[in-house]
Design a protein around this ligand. Structure first.
Ligand code: ZN
Length: 105
């Protein structure tokens, strides 16, 4: 995989993410919440953990929980502050890269 400037690596476990800004997180969270809040029950369930029942669905999408996912490593849960710029060979070819708040923010 080609490493670009916006890619960061978790110092704890080595997982590669792409760095995003606080503004991006705010915008993405608002947009997703608006989409989810206006979706059918069937669609809402697609975005919940497996086994969630209609009666378990929250009335409104939890924006705080959504945006907090950007503050932790996807793999080990470490803070976005414990990241460094990615180097070549940090990430294998063909893997999925998750977003995280830029450690420089
Ligand atoms: Zn990690």
């Amino acid at each position: 995989m080609t490493i670009s400037n916006d890619m960061t690596t978790c110092k704890n476990c080595g997982w590669v993410h792409f760095a995003v800004s606080r503004d991006y997180i705010k915008k993405q969270t608002k947009e997703f919440a608006a989409f989810w809040n206006n979706s059918s029950i069937k669609t809402k369930l697609l975005y919940m953990p497996l086994g969630t029942k209609e009666s378990d669905l929250p009335e409104r999408y939890n924006e705080q929980k959504h945006s907090e996912r950007y503050l932790r490593c996807f793999k080990c849960g470490d803070s976005y502050k414990n990241f460094r710029k990615s180097k070549e060979k940090d990430s294998p070819v063909g893997c999925t890269i998750q977003p995280i708040l830029d450690y420089k923010e």
